[in-house]
Design a protein. Structure first.
Length: 58
């Protein structure tokens, strides 16, 4: 999909990808392999690092 391209074409391609993701077992297996592995805490560790550096005390 091209961000500046044909909106209708992009919409059709997006819907086709979502339907394939939901219905097609091979697509589900492929997407499951490519999902980033998260730990039990998820993305909390990365947000703590940014929040501690951005806090300023008066």
């Amino acid at each position: 999909m091209h961000r500046g391209g044909n909106r209708r074409l992009n919409s059709v391609l997006y819907i086709a990808a979502i339907v394939q993701k939901r219905r097609h077992p091979a697509a589900q297996a492929l997407l499951a392999r490519h999902e980033p592995a998260k730990g039990s805490r998820g993305g909390a560790a990365s947000s703590n690092a940014t929040s501690s550096t951005s806090s300023t005390e008066p």
